[in-house]
Ligand binder design. Structure first.
Ligand SMILES: Cc1cc2nc3c(=O)[nH]c(=O)nc-3n(C[C@H](O)[C@H](O)[C@H](O)COP(=O)(O)O)c2cc1C
Length: 220
């Protein structure tokens, strides 16, 4: 009987120690943010949707994967999603951009910029409160963020969150947009290690994107 009680006492001690151990791990994980949630937000405007009938501008602004036409920034967002497991939210304009004529599109976007416009977002703006890190992606438009990104930033509170900018361009690189985001979201931590990829390199950029995610520590 005594022996049995001793065994029971030992078992209790072991269970107690295991519980403390597991509690310790949980607290450590929470404290060091290992369980933090990540969101990918992006805007992208592929200038065409038929892989067999793309204009030059269409080819410039798209990547074709398995017969599906993706915008350049959309492609980047997809690779980031696949390699981080993050949630993803696409910014969709309420009034679709007319992509039938590139010159008209660029003129239209120039006007939006001149007027400091805030194009409406069609889909419900995602509740960002549950996320700690946001990858935010966009194409460079007239050496700036597309104005609909300003609409997004106006409508979310990113205080205390980490923002990692990414995007694609036709020659101007980030063109000061990272500094712009820092001004718009002055209470966020905006990473200087964002990634912008030339549209000429985008189709072969998967490794580049994965290496970048690895270096950032976000590769799953
Ligand atoms: C309205 C408009 C303005 C643009 N302005 C610039 C620019 O100032 N600098 C630049 O490098 N690329 C510029 N581009 C090229 C895009 O940044 C590039 O094609 C990008 O990869 C498109 O990405 P998306 O397919 O995700 O929309 C512009 C494209 C458009 C449609």
């Amino acid at each position: 009987m005594k022996n049995f009680n001793n065994k029971r006492g030992l078992m209790k001690k072991i269970i107690f120690l295991i519980t403390i151990f597991l509690l310790g791990i949980t607290l450590t994980v929470t404290a060091f943010g290992v369980d933090k949630k990540t969101l990918i937000v992006y805007f992208s405007l592929p200038e065409g949707s038929d892989p067999n009938n793309l204009s030059i501008e269409g080819e410039n602004s798209t990547v074709v994967i398995d017969g599906k036409v993706l915008g350049n920034t959309e492609y980047m967002a997809k690779i980031i999603q696949e390699n981080t497991g993050a949630d993803i939210y696409r910014i969709v304009p309420k009034i679709p951009y007319d992509i039938s004529n590139h010159r008209n599109l660029t003129n239209f976007a120039k006007e939006e910029q001149k007027n400091n416009a805030r194009p409406e977002i069609a889909n419900k703006i995602i509740d960002v409160s549950q996320y700690d890190t946001l990858f935010i992606g966009y194409p460079i438009w007239w050496a700036d963020l597309p104005m609909i990104l300003y609409t997004f930033f106006d409508n979310v509170d990113l205080s205390g969150k980490t923002i990692i900018p990414f995007g694609t361009h036709g020659g101007s690189g980030f063109a000061g947009t990272v500094e712009t985001i820092k001004k718009l979201e002055s209470k966020a931590k905006v990473s200087d290690n964002g990634r912008i990829i030339s549209r000429n390199a985008i189709a072969n950029s998967e490794k580049n994107i994965i290496n970048w995610l690895e270096n950032l520590g976000y590769k799953k």
